[in-house]
Design a protein around this ligand. Sequence first.
Ligand code: AVI
Length: 337
Amino acid sequence: MLQQLNHTTVVPPDRSAQHPRHHRLHDLSPKRDDFRSQVVHGLSQKRKILPCKFFYDQRGSQLFDRMCELPEYYLTRTELQILQSHVTEMADALGPDCRVVEYGSGSSLKTRLLLEALHNPAAYVPLDISREHLLDAAGRLSSSYPDLKILPVCADYTRPFTLPEVPGARRTVVYFPGSTIGNFEPHDARAFLRTAARLCGPGGGLLIGVDLKKDPALLHAAYNDAANVTAEFNLNLLHRINHELEGNFAPDRFAHYAFYNPRLGRIEMHLLSQATQSARAGGTHFHFREGETIFTESSYKYTLDEFHSLARAGGWSVQKVWTDPSKLFSVQYLTVS
Ligand code: AVI
């Protein structure tokens, strides 16, 4: 079926090469994660756990956008400052005629800064699992940049996929801002980097935002903001379970609990049961002891050396690193080794 949104035409994957003048969706029909089975599985473990990817329903995404504006959450604004200060050098490092693939739908100001600085990009390929976000962001970008070839791809970037051909592209560069790499466990981060290196092929690049190790007090504040937005974001997972999985969790009997674990170099977010209680979700009953937690997110922080080793293990060499003056955050340009 053919759908239209602004300049974006949706075509099935096998016909995508036949309409070179349009921006169109390459729909690889990614399998959506099964929320029900993963919640039931995670809450049945000895150490209860819920995957952090489930934070981002509509409400969760709104809360995340609010978190990015919080005074304590330095990540977003610091990465933006780094980009504003160094985007010309970044564009020079990437070089002309790149096929730029952004992991995420590309709705942020960071994307626009980069696109405006790039030398004659061959195409911009936003990639997202959510068809709706992708089409929305691609539509908005194509009105702002009518001469840019925008080729949205609906796919799951943690699994292998193919990219649309772009004649004349000299190299493929993945753009992965936001330090989302920090939400991967280290072995998954390595696997992710290897998959990205295979996708880009020889000569390919990766422009990536990486949050750095720092004073734990600053980290603690960033994930325990005074306005309690992060707490709401964390607790929203229980509301989501209640709405979508016929759950009966009492979110006010759980507390947001986030701390820096220096041994593992990560922020851990948990939902802490404030009483002995039971709850039902997805047709299954779960029991919680007072003080027991559900582990909801890791956010790893790296030193520059640690990230270099991780990059190397994932098939990349670090070419350039840009940081802010306080060395809170980094943007790094890697090439396939
Ligand atoms: C998306 N990700 C990089 C955020 C982070 O900082 O790890 C998610 C987040 N969790 C709590 N606040 C923000």
